[in-house]
Ligand binder design. Structure first.
Ligand code: CA
Length: 439
């Protein structure tokens, strides 16, 4: 079951923290995303919740007796995994309490003063990767992305026959998941030009990004015990932005027959705030409606609740800032817009499929959605698709051209959810700048 609506989603509720009430703010009272930060003058990272331009220090709140007993010990840890392991009823209890403490309708002057004492300005804090990620799996859940990429390599058969039956994925690398703002070094690797006799080992010439969401596993499952589709969302805590950096020239030489390897594992960037599935409850939509003639999912991937509300209506965008644009103080250029509701497979289907053989997931494991691309040209979530692997260079407003990323380019992912019945909430930003290849 997906989380239910309750008073924490009421769009009319405001916070006594004024920056949370600004129109279009990413972090209003209705969002309350979780992260990990270090404040000035402290050493150990602490769990926190973003509210306006402040961080509510969960460690301090737990120590001060402000939080429910069921979650307080987990909120005092130096990593979010223990909180993720608690499960939906505990998360929901915590969210209700935070909404109460930070709401403008809080009556108790004492509680307000105590809560105000737990605030840390976000601008003065260092944000970290919010969880220890034991395992990172990346899927390929957009049929539009799969078809765009497939068309470049197999014009006669863009989508392989398994695509509409099985959520395709591969095991990624958890150790190189970095938080937004971490520079990304251009990788070196083995690549071979189509007309060359043999490969060379050199700096990647086709560096790319991929616009994705990361889903964070909450309570894990026991080895050998699959998670049914009906149970799947009880094992999902929330989502953040994810940039799955990709070295296309290394990828095309190495990927057969076992799939991507060094072309993908040199860095993947996540945004620092995890927006809970409960916060996203007002933005649930039906699962993607399969085109006429597509097969129905096999029974273990099918369910009425998933069809009714398995989708997430999250808007995503990618922006590029080049060194020359920064020198001239030009705004970053929007490369694409995506909509997560266009994904062929839902997050619940990805998790259920992952565990269907008995594979055990752990709290904090990351499931990458795969590149979010849509049916139209403005919704292609990678340069590979936008420039058709460099064949159609992109012309930027200042006259620069890009086939792939150049040194000094910064990629910025943003995301938000909105509809007339809910308060706008944001996922924040996921940034990464390309550094030249090392020696
Ligand atoms: Ca990917």
């Amino acid at each position: 079951m997906s989380p239910a609506l309750n008073f924490t989603h009421d769009p009319a509720r405001l916070s006594w923290i004024e920056t949370a009430n600004l129109p279009g703010a990413d972090f209003p009272l209705q969002n309350l995303p979780f992260g990990l930060f270090t404040a000035k003058g402290t050493k150990a990272p602490r769990a926190g919740v973003a509210i306006g331009d402040e961080i509510f220090d969960l460690h301090a709140a737990a120590r001060g007796g402000l939080l429910p007993i069921s979650v307080a010990p987990a909120c005092e840890q130096e990593i979010l995994n223990p909180l993720l392991a608690l499960g939906a009823p505990a998360w929901s209890e915590l969210r209700a309490r935070l909404s109460e403490l930070l709401g403008a309708d809080l009556q108790s002057a004492r509680l307000r003063a105590q809560s105000a004492g737990c605030l840390v300005p976000m601008s003065s804090a260092q944000l970290h990767r919010p969880v220890h990620v034991g395992n990172y799996t990346d899927f390929y859940a957009s049929s539009f992305h799969a078809a765009n990429v497939g068309a470049l390599f197999r014009p006669d058969q863009p989508l392989l026959p398994n695509y509409k039956w099985i959520p395709v994925g591969y095991h990624g690398r958890a150790s190189s998941l970095v938080v937004s703002g971490t520079p990304v070094r251009r990788p070196r690797g083995q690549r071979k030009k189509a007309d060359a006799d043999q490969p060379v080992f050199d700096a990647c010439e086709q560096l790319d990004y991929e616009l994705e969401l990361a889903a964070y596993v909450g309570p894990g499952n026991e080895l050998g015990r699959p998670v049914s589709l009906a149970e799947a969302e009880n094992h999902l805590f929330g989502v953040s932005l994810l940039n799955d950096w990709s070295a296309r020239d290394i990828q095309s030489w190495e990927y057969q027959p076992l799939g991507p390897f060094l072309s993908k594992n040199f860095a993947s960037t996540v945004s620092p705030w995890i927006v809970s599935l409960e916060a996203l409850a007002p933005f649930r939509v039906p699962a993607f409606s399969r085109p006429q003639g597509d097969p129905s999912p096999l029974p273990y991937l099918a369910g009425a609740e998933n069809e009714r509300a398995g989708g997430l209506d999250v808007f995503l965008e990618v922006l590029l800032s080049t060194p020359r644009m920064r020198t001239s103080a030009a705004e970053p250029f929007r490369l694409s817009r995506g909509r997560f509701s266009s994904m062929y497979w839902t997050l619940a289907q990805l998790l259920t499929h992952h565990t269907s053989n008995g594979c055990n997931l752990l709290p904090g494991d990351v499931l990458g959605s795969g590149t979010v691309s849509g049916p139209d040209k403005m919704s292609r979530g990678s340069l590979l698709e936008i420039t058709r692997r460099g064949a159609e260079p992109l012309r930027l407003p200042n006259g620069e051209e890009r086939r792939f990323l150049e040194d000094g380019d910064e990629i910025i992912l943003r995301g938000h959810a909105e509809n007339p019945r809910a308060r706008h909430i944001g996922l924040g930003e996921c940034r990464g700048m390309v550094l030249p290849a090392g020696p």
